[in-house]
Design a protein around this ligand. Structure first.
Ligand SMILES: [Zn+2]
Length: 145
């Protein structure tokens, strides 16, 4: 479920704003800047509400609309190359640089761990639309962060 921080109750707004400030206005999964897209970040439930996830600070992440939609209620994914299953990247407990790297000059993301690999698949972090946008941003030296 996508919750836009501007439309929520005050306490949730304060949480969301703090999370977005901490994330420096970037999606915590794909690192896309909301300042580049012009789209507000959403509040993504790391453990979905449908699986008992709460609205606590530790269960919320700043996510672009695309990552939030692709993640949906997923908490794990299977790496089809190895048939191994793993939980997804958790922005509250994992460091992005421990699981991902930029490749192709910052245009694409590669996983460096099973968690990174399955998150890349589940959230389609290299979908053609964002890759095209990143190529443009890289040409202006606006990306990667
Ligand atoms: Zn994203």
């Amino acid at each position: 479920m996508i919750i836009y921080y501007r439309s929520c109750v005050l306490d949730f707004d304060a949480f969301a704003l703090q999370i977005i400030l901490n994330a420096q206005y970037r999606c915590e999964y794909c690192k896309t800047s909301s300042k580049l897209t012009g789209m507000p970040l959403t509040m993504e439930h790391i453990i979905p509400r449908s699986l008992g996830g709460s609205d606590d600070l530790l269960n919320l992440a700043a996510a672009c609309y695309r990552c939030n939609e692709f993640k949906g209620a997923k908490v794990s994914e299977i790496d089809l190359q190895t048939s191994q299953s793993s939980r997804l990247f958790n922005p509250r407990t994992d460091l992005w640089i421990d699981h991902f790297i930029w490749i192709n000059g910052g245009i694409q993301i590669a996983g460096t761990s099973l968690i990174g690999d399955v998150t890349l698949i589940a959230l389609r972090l290299n979908n053609k639309d964002i890759v095209a946008a990143r190529a443009l941003w890289v040409s202006f030296d606006w990306h990667p962060p």
